[in-house]
Design a protein around this ligand. Structure first.
Ligand SMILES: *Cc1c(COP(=O)(O)O)cnc(C)c1O
Length: 312
C-alpha cells in the first residue's frame, strides 16, 4: 500500500499546464487502521512515560466527538493500564458513536461540567480520578505537551523516509503540537500550518518554542521561524463550522478525488486554503506534500447529508 496519493488539480481549471504543480497527500489517515492520523503518534511517548511512572491508569480529556479520545481508546486497548477519559459536558444515555466505541474498548468515562472541565488536572473530577485509580498518568487534552510533539518529530522522520523530497509540507493545527513536532525535524522543508481555530495567531510563537525545545536548542528560534508559515485565517467561521464556499469546495474535491476523504474539522480547511492559493497563483512551491492527519471518525458528529465523502 502506498502512503502517497496525488491530488487531481482539475479544480484549478484548465489554465494551468499539467506539471506546474506536484501536489501529493501523505495518507496519515491510512496508518494504524484502528487509530489513524496524528493522534497515535502524539500518544507514543506519553505511553512510555506512563510505563516509566508505573502508572495504574492513564487519563485524558476530550469532547464527545474527539479524535484524540477515540485514538486514545484504540491505542490503550490491550495495554496494562486502566484507561480513563474525562468527557466535556454531561453524558447522555444515548452516547455519541465516539464515546460508544470507547466504552466498547473498555475506557472508563467520567463526565464533567464545562466549568470544571476547563480546570484540567486541577478540576474536581481529576481529583476524584486520582483518588480512585491511585497512580494516574495524565495526558493533556488533544495529546499535547512536549511528549506529544516528540511523537510527531518521529512521525516527520517516517514521512520523509517514505515520501522523499518536497519543497513544502502542509499540516493542519488545533493545539499546534503536531506542527511543533514536524517543525523540529531538521529535514522538514518549509512548513505551512493551517489552524482550525479562530483567533489562533498567538499559537505561532508557541509552536516555535516547542520545536526549539525538541531540537535541544541546537538550532535558533529565528531559523525555525523562517521555516514556519502559520495561517490563522482559514477557519471558515470557526472550529467545526463550515462556510458555504467550503461546502462547495468539499463537494468538488470529493468528486475529483474520490479516494481521498477529508475530515470535517481540520484537513478540509487546510486543503481548501492550499488549493485556493494554487488557484490564485500565490502558492510559491512546485512540489508540495499535504500531511493528512486523519480525523474521519469526526464526521459522525455531523448529519450524514453534510458529508460529501460518503461512499455512493
Ligand atoms: C487533532 C487533529 C489535528 C490537530 O493536531 P494538533 O496537534 O492539536 O495541532 C489536526 N488534524 C486532525 C484530523 C486532528 O484530529
Amino acid at each position: 500500500m502506498s502512503y502517497l496519493c496525488p491530488i487531481d488539480l482539475s479544480l484549478l481549471g484548465s489554465h494551468l499546464a499539467d506539471g506546474d504543480y506536484r501536489f501529493d497527500v501523505y495518507r496519515g489517515d491510512l496508518e494504524h487502521a484502528q487509530a489513524p492520523g496524528n493522534k497515535w503518534h502524539k500518544l507514543q511517548h506519553h505511553l512510555s512515560a506512563a510505563a516509566q511512572q508505573n502508572a495504574d491508569a492513564i487519563a485524558t480529556f476530550g469532547g464527545p466527538f474527539s479524535n484524540h479520545l477515540h485514538a486514545f481508546a484504540k491505542t490503550l486497548k490491550n495495554r496494562p493500564f486502566e484507561a480513563v477519559a474525562v468527557v466535556r459536558g454531561e453524558l447522555h444515555p444515548q452516547l455519541t458513536p465516539t464515546l460508544q466505541d470507547m466504552v466498547d474498548d473498555g475506557v472508563n468515562l467520567w463526565p464533567s461540567s464545562r466549568s470544571d472541565y476547563r480546570l484540567g488536572t486541577s478540576s474536581d473530577v481529576a481529583d476524584a480520578i486520582n483518588l480512585y485509580y491511585r497512580n494516574v498518568y495524565w495526558i493533556p487534552e488533544g495529546g499535547g505537551g512536549i511528549l506529544g510533539a516528540r511523537g510527531c518529530l518521529d512521525w516527520a522522520e517516517k514521512i520523509r523516509r517514505l515520501a522523499g523530497d518536497y519543497d513544502a509540507w502542509v499540516v493542519s493545527a488545533g493545539t499546534g503540537t503536531t506542527a511543533a513536532g514536524l517543525l523540529s525535524y531538521d529535514k522538514t522543508p518549509d512548513l505551512h500550518v493551517f489552524s482550525a481555530l479562530k483567533g489562533a495567531q498567538a499559537q505561532r510563537q508557541h509552536i516555535i518554542e516547542q520545536a526549539h525545545l525538541l531540537t535541544n536548542k541546537r538550532v535558533s528560534q529565528k531559523y525555525l521561524a523562517e521555516k514556519l508559515f502559520f495561517h490563522a485565517n482559514c477557519h471558515e467561521g470557526g472550529y467545526a463550522k463550515h462556510s458555504q464556499t467550503l461546502v462547495r469546495f468539499m463537494h468538488e474535491f470529493a468528486k475529483d478525488n474520490p479516494s481521498c476523504f477529508l475530515d470535517p474539522v481540520y484537513t478540509c480547511k487546510s486543503m481548501f486554503a492550499v488549493i485556493s492559493a494554487m488557484k490564485a497563483g500565490t502558492w510559491p512551491y512546485r512540489r508540495t506534500l499535504f500531511i493528512h492527519t486523519g480525523g474521519l471518525q469526526g464526521w459522525r458528529g455531523f448529519s450524514s447529508d453534510r458529508n460529501p465523502f460518503v461512499l455512493s
